[in-house]
Design a protein. Structure first.
Length: 457
């Protein structure tokens, strides 16, 4: 597929890296020559220097025969204009636009051929806020992913001392929980993936990803670690777009506070949020944290746009008694360095955004895509179509499907019912099939597997 990415920022660079590994024809456009040179030095892609919304620059990038244009610069207005020009002058078939301002995102009627011709709108702030809320709603989780409209979840947890299944084989799950059906999709041990089998022993410190019906998730988590009590008190450092969105989604259920340094922004937040306590101050100020009872805080979230400030305030909050600390980190190089130390969860806005983008890029009838462990693996939901003559999956048992190496089918949703995909389970047309891939180079093979052909005799 020929894809033009407008913007060589962190999201654009991460997306280019993901797509270049999958044999796509990628061109990145940006006015910053240094950014482009750094990308081209490490990726097999084309680059074009210039203003991304200029017609001649888009033409130089190959907009006339591109399959897709993805506008993800930091400017909403530049992204909107670029998509309009791509449609008006070059009839680019698919246009994806990153928008940060809720004023644009909320106006759904804007985005249509008669208005602004954008096929997909991506809101990073919305994606990150939803992701963080999922972690808060499921205490003790490292990652929570929804499939089939929330009927199924893939959850990552760290196995800890005291978990009933720790130091036991995975097959013991059936004995421990005879009435709950689940499947361990993958294990990461010392940052290396392990494809789980029934005889695999779960060790303390393993990151275990398992899949189950949503109502069974907490029961399965209790096998890996002691059950965490529900959170009650949430403190957010940073009242920007992400902080505000998150507070608005949490304040009905949790006692929520926001600490924001900008006084005018504090006034705006006070007017828009209903029950959140808005505090004017510095979240890295020790006296302020003491005054706000940081030692009684269940979750401290550092969500400013400054990585260093987020890391420092998180470390301080943790040392002063916050039970759990989550930190927004824009620089991907920092994420693996700080997680699993004093900071419990490092959140990458790039990965949250890329998951949404990949959903609209994948071939075949792919409805959900998520990056796991900061891009080390991927989870995908695809819909099976056709029959046994036109599909490589329909009518076959799971064990007979020619899955790419490093891929497992975790669950299937059929008529709003969840089935864990054991080896003898037969895939039917219109099934939602949820898969886990350790080797992302195999993604094109998996996409082809779910594409319907004239015949496969």
């Amino acid at each position: 597929m020929k894809i033009i990415i407008l913007g060589a920022n962190k999201v654009g660079a991460a997306l280019a890296e993901n797509l270049a590994k999958e044999a796509n024809d990628i061109t990145v456009v940006d006015p910053n020559a240094t950014r482009l040179r750094e990308l081209k030095d490490r990726l097999d892609i084309a680059t074009v220097e210039g203003q991304v919304s200029y017609p001649n620059i888009l033409e130089n990038a190959g907009a006339r025969d591109a399959d897709m244009l993805i506008a993800i610069t930091e400017s909403d207005e530049v992204n909107l204009v670029a998509c309009q020009i791509a449609y008006s002058l070059f009839r680019t078939p698919k246009k994806i636009c990153r928008l940060r301002s809720n004023s644009y995102v909320a106006e759904k009627k804007l985005f249509c051929p008669e208005g602004i011709p954008i096929d997909v709108v991506i809101s990073p702030e919305q994606e990150v806020s939803h992701y963080i809320k999922s972690l808060i709603d499921l205490p003790g989780s490292l990652q929570v992913l929804d499939f089939a409209d929330g009927l199924v979840q893939l959850v990552g947890v760290k196995a800890t001392h005291g978990g009933p299944l720790v130091n036991q084989e995975i097959s013991a799950l059936r004995e421990h929980m005879p009435n709950v059906d689940t499947r361990v999709a993958a294990i990461f041990r010392k940052n290396r993936p392990i494809m789980p089998e029934g005889s695999t022993v779960i060790e303390e410190g393993d990151e275990v990803f398992f899949i189950a019906a949503k109502e069974d998730i907490r029961d399965v988590m209790s096998e890996m670690r002691k059950v965490d009590q529900p959170y009650k008190k949430i403190m957010i450092a940073g009242g920007g777009n992400i902080g505000e969105r998150l507070a608005a989604s949490l304040e009905k259920k949790y006692r929520t506070k926001i600490i924001e340094m900008d006084y005018e922004r504090c006034k705006d937040l006070t007017e828009r949020l209903k029950s959140t306590t808005v505090l004017h101050g510095d979240a890295s100020n020790q006296e302020m944290l003491i005054g706000e009872s940081i030692e009684d805080t269940d979750v401290f979230l550092a969500l400013t746009n400054n990585d260093d400030a987020n890391i420092m305030s998180s470390l301080l909050a943790k040392r002063m008694g916050a039970a759990r600390v989550m930190t927004l980190i824009a620089n991907p190089a920092y994420v693996d360095l700080i997680q699993s130390g004093e900071i419990d969860i490092a959140i990458s806005p790039q990965q949250a955004t890329i998951g949404s983008l990949l959903t609209h890029i994948r071939k075949g009838d792919v409805v959900n895509v998520y990056s796991l462990r900061r891009g080390a693996a991927e989870a995908m939901e695809a819909i099976a179509h056709g029959d046994k003559n036109t599909s490589k999956v329909v009518g076959k048992q799971v064990e007979d499907i020619a899955l790419p190496e490093g891929t497992t089918i975790g669950a299937v949703v059929r008529d709003n019912k969840v089935f864990i995909a054991h080896d003898d389970f037969v895939i039917e047309t219109d099934d939602h099939v949820i898969m886990f891939l350790v080797d992302k180079k195999r993604i094109p093979e998996l996409e082809r597997l779910f594409q319907v052909g004239l015949t496969f005799f």
